[in-house]
Design a binder for this molecule. Structure first.
Ligand SMILES: [Zn+2]
Length: 334
C-alpha cells in the first residue's frame, strides 16, 4: 500500500491544484513530506489524460508548458479528466538534476517502484498503481537533460503483444501532435521505464524528447505546447484538430548499435550535427587529449546508418559516455 497521500480528490468535478505528499522524515524535518504538485481538472465523462514532466529534473520544456497549462486551463474548458504533474520527481526538479539527490533514483528506471522504498521508488509505485489506472492515456515530456541534446521528436511505446487496436490508437494519436519526427518503440523485455508501467497498466503511452543541454529550448517549448493542444483535441477533451495535418516521419532506434560511446577519457570533438544522415563507418568524432598533446586523436565511428538525433552536450567525456545516437526509418526498410 502506498504511503503517499493526496490533497486532491481525483473523482471530483472542477479544478483542484494540490499536492501528493511523499513521506520523507529526516533530521531537519521529522514527519516531513515532499509535496509533489498535482492538478486535476474534471468535467463529467470523457477521455482521461495524464500529462507529466520533471520525470528527469534537468529537462525543462515540459515543465514550462505544464506549469503554464495549470494556470490557464479551467475545468469548464474541458470534457473528461485531466491530471497534470509538472514536477514528477520533485527532489530532482528542485536540484536541477536527472536523478534524485535524496536516493540517487532515476525515476524513469525504477518502475514498478516500491511503496516502502526511497522517495523515487515510492513515487514510481504511486504513478503506476494509483495514477495510471485512473487514465486512458499518459504523456510524459522529456528532453536530453544536462548531458545530451536532441533533435525534438514525439514518441509512443507499446508492447509487440498489444492488441492491433491499441497499436493503431497509439500511432493515430502520436502522429497528430504536430511534431515532425515520431519515434515508435516496441518494448519487449523492458520493465523499468515510465512507458513500461503504462504498458503494464494497458494505458496508451505518449512521450518524446524536446530539447536538452539543461536549458529551456524555445522551439521545444513550442512543440510541447502544440503537442498538448493536439492531444487534448484528438482525445475530445478540448478544441479541434486542424484540417490537413502533415504526416510526420516515423523512426525507431535500433538498440544498442545506434548508440556511440566514448572509448576513453578526453575531449570529444563531434563530426556531425543533429539531423545529419550517416552511414555505417562514418566518422562520429574524435577523442582528443589536450593533457597529452602529442598523442594522436582517437576516431569514433557509427556502427549503423540513420539520422543523428541525439548528441552529447559537454565536451569532456569519460569512457562509456554516450556521445551520439541515431534513429532509422520505421518500420525497417520503410
Ligand atoms: Zn528524460
Amino acid at each position: 500500500m502506498t504511503q503517499i497521500t493526496s490533497t486532491v480528490d481525483f473523482d471530483q468535478d472542477g479544478k483542484q491544484v494540490g499536492w501528493l505528499r511523499v513521506p520523507h522524515s529526516v533530521t531537519r524535518s521529522a514527519y516531513g513530506v515532499l509535496p509533489i504538485p498535482v492538478a486535476v481538472l474534471r468535467n463529467g465523462d470523457g477521455a482521461k489524460l495524464m500529462l507529466s514532466a520533471g520525470n528527469h529534473g534537468d529537462e525543462y520544456e515540459g515543465q514550462v508548458v505544464l506549469t503554464r497549462l495549470i494556470q490557464q486551463l479551467e475545468a469548464s474548458d474541458i470534457r473528461g479528466t485531466l491530471i497534470i504533474l509538472p514536477a514528477l520527481n520533485l527532489p530532482a526538479v528542485l536540484a536541477a538534476t536527472r536523478v534524485s539527490p535524496l536516493d540517487t533514483g532515476n525515476l524513469n528506471r525504477v518502475f514498478p517502484g516500491d511503496p516502502n522504498g526511497g522517495p523515487t521508488w515510492k513515487i514510481a509505485d504511486y504513478i503506476e498503481h494509483t495514477l495510471m489506472p485512473k487514465v486512458d492515456v499518459v504523456a510524459d515530456f522529456h528532453g536530453g537533460g544536462a548531458s545530451l541534446d536532441y533533435r525534438p521528436h514525439a514518441s509512443t511505446h507499446y508492447s509487440p503483444d498489444a492488441s492491433d487496436e491499441h497499436k493503431k490508437k497509439s500511432l493515430e494519436i502520436v502522429t497528430k501532435l504536430g511534431v515532425p519526427h515520431v519515434m515508435v518503440f516496441e518494448r519487449r523485455n523492458k520493465t523499468e521505464g515510465f512507458p513500461d508501467a503504462a504498458i503494464r497498466q494497458g494505458v496508451i503511452s505518449i512521450g518524446g524528447e524536446y530539447g536538452g543541454t539543461g536549458s529551456v529550448f524555445r522551439p521545444g517549448v513550442q512543440l510541447v505546447q502544440t503537442a498538448v493542444e493536439r492531444l487534448l483535441a484528438v482525445l475530445g477533451i478540448k478544441g479541434e484538430l486542424p484540417a490537413n495535418l502533415p504526416e510526420p516521419q516515423l523512426l525507431h532506434i535500433p538498440v544498442p548499435k545506434s548508440h556511440v560511446y566514448a572509448p576513453e577519457p578526453g575531449v570529444f570533438e563531434p563530426a556531425t550535427e543533429l539531423g545529419d544522415a550517416v552511414r555505417e563507418g562514418d566518422l562520429c568524432g574524435h577523442v582528443l587529449f589536450p593533457e597529452n598533446p602529442t598523442r594522436e586523436p582517437v576516431p569514433v565511428t557509427f556502427s549503423t546508418y540513420g539520422d543523428v538525433v541525439c548528441k552529447r552536450h559537454p565536451g569532456r567525456v569519460e569512457a562509456g559516455d554516450c556521445v551520439a545516437h541515431l534513429a532509422a526509418p520505421w518500420p525497417q526498410g520503410g
